[in-house]
Structure formats: structure tokens, C-alpha cells
Ligand binder design. Structure first.
Ligand SMILES: Cc1cc2nc3c(=O)[nH]c(=O)nc-3n(C[C@H](O)[C@H](O)[C@H](O)COP(=O)(O)O)c2cc1C
Length: 228
């Protein structure tokens, strides 16, 4: 048997037929419209039910996120999935401490004005009520010290897929960013090369869940899309 040298092994591309393709039952336009109509029903939820969600469900969501493209396929992410009530309580405590600082001291006036219609404040009950908290970390290098590329783009796309997968499964999420998020490394025992990116509660919305009216607004398509 002929062995590839280390150098050849690292650099020579190998290709396989792309046969395992996703083929929707509808043609592209109808399929795109149907998906859009599902996604337009996603909302950031801050009022969760304590109804459980299985670990297997969360694993599927993470697998979906992990299917994301990434710079040089380095997959520079880690998803820490927390269901332990004691850990969730510590995360809530840490987040509320940062958010208290944010809302009372750190936030510039314009930011507070922009947040006002959303009705958010330093109280984060959802962090102990939602059955799962997924803390997404971006890896500034791999565990073995290997380089990563387009870190924020890669992890951002993975998070987008995670939100879409949860929504598709009938679950609610919030993209929460209690800044700075360094306290999450300490509570979750994560190393320094992992930086918290998003804190995502996942679960079912509370029965009488409300969302801010502002969240329903979107800029018109001809403002966000230019066709040349
Ligand atoms: C990067 C990012 C950070 C966010 N941080 C917070 C946050 O810390 N707390 C919060 O309540 N919502 C947060 N949001 C949610 C936004 O307020 C929400 O996406 C926006 O109001 C639109 O509402 P929708 O998600 O229901 O469409 C964040 C969203 C993004 C994308």
C-alpha cells in the first residue's frame, strides 16, 4: 500500500461525490417562501415555561448548529448545555450582576433609549425557569493550539442555525448577551481560549408569554435588499 507523506496528506485535496443532497418536495420558490414564513414566526422570548425539554432534543439542536460552515472548516465553537438548577442559578446571579451594572451605570443613554421599547431590565428570571441554557463559546484557537479563521462569522452562523433549529422544533430561544460574559468561564470551568459568545435559553414559551411589539417590526425589503 502506498502511504501519503505527511506533507501530501496535509495538502492534497480529496473529493467525494456529493450525492446525499437535500431535495425539497416543493420547487425552490415555494420552498423558500414556506421556510421564510416559518422563520418569520420566530421571536426572542423572555418568558419561559418550566416545561422540560429532553436532552436528545438539545443534542439535535447542537448537531444542527455544528453542521454550520466555518473558516477552513475549523469548527471553532463549543456548546455548553446546562440543565442543572444550581448552575443555572449561579449563571442568573452572574448575569444579573452584570446587567445591573449595565442598566444603572455602564450603558450610554442612547443604548438605554433604544432598549426602552423592549422593556428589558436587569431581572433575568428566565435564566432559572428555562429548562436549558446553551452557552456558546468561540474558540480563539483549537484545544491543540491550532489556528482558527473568521471566528465571529463562523460562530455567528452556527448560532443562527441553532436558533432556526430550535424554532423549527417548536421551541423558543433568546440571544442573551450579559456583557461582559467572562463570569461564564468561571462558573462553567471553561479555559481561557474559549470566549463566551451567546447565552441562549431554550424551552417552551410561558402560557401567557408576551413579546415586545417592537420586535415585530422589520425594515422594508427594498431597504435591506439591493438587486443589481
Ligand atoms: C447579538 C444579539 C444580542 C442580544 N442581546 C440581548 C440581550 O442581552 N437581552 C435581550 O433581552 N435580548 C437580546 N437580544 C434580542 C433582541 O432584542 C431581539 O433579537 C430583537 O429585539 C428582535 O426581536 P426578535 O428576536 O423577536 O425578532 C439580542 C439579539 C442579538 C442578535
Amino acid at each position: 500500500m502506498a502511504f501519503l507523506s505527511y506533507h501530501q496528506d496535509m495538502t492534497a485535496p480529496q473529493f467525494v461525490p456529493f450525492t446525499d443532497r437535500y431535495l425539497p418536495t416543493q420547487p425552490p420558490e415555494a420552498a423558500a417562501q414556506a421556510f421564510c414564513q416559518v422563520m418569520q414566526k420566530r421571536r426572542s422570548v423572555r418568558m419561559f415555561a418550566d416545561r422540560p425539554v429532553s436532552r436528545a432534543t438539545i443534542e439535535w439542536l447542537v448537531r444542527a448548529a455544528h453542521s454550520a460552515p466555518s473558516g477552513a472548516n475549523k469548527q471553532p465553537w463549543r456548546f455548553v448545555c446546562v440543565q442543572d438548577p444550581a448552575i443555572k442559578a449561579r449563571i442568573r446571579e452572574g448575569a444579573e450582576a452584570e446587567e445591573r451594572e449595565f442598566y444603572t451605570r455602564r450603558a450610554p443613554a442612547q443604548w438605554l433609549a433604544d432598549l426602552a421599547p423592549l422593556g428589558t431590565d436587569e431581572h433575568k428570571e428566565f435564566l432559572t425557569i428555562a429548562p436549558w441554557l446553551i452557552i456558546v463559546f468561540q474558540m480563539v484557537h483549537l484545544d491543540d493550539g491550532g489556528q482558527v479563521y473568521y471566528l465571529k462569522e463562523s460562530v455567528g452562523i452556527a448560532c443562527g442555525l441553532l436558533l432556526a433549529a430550535a424554532h423549527h422544533a417548536g421551541l423558543a430561544t433568546l440571544t442573551h448577551t450579559p456583557s461582559p460574559m467572562g463570569f461564564l468561564n468561571e462558573i462553567l470551568g471553561r479555559p481561557r481560549h474559549e470566549r463566551p459568545f451567546l447565552l441562549i435559553p431554550v424551552g417552551h414559551p410561558a402560557e401567557h408569554c408576551e413579546v415586545p411589539a417592537l420586535a415585530l417590526q422589520r425594515r422594508p425589503l427594498d431597504d435591506v435588499m439591493k438587486v443589481l
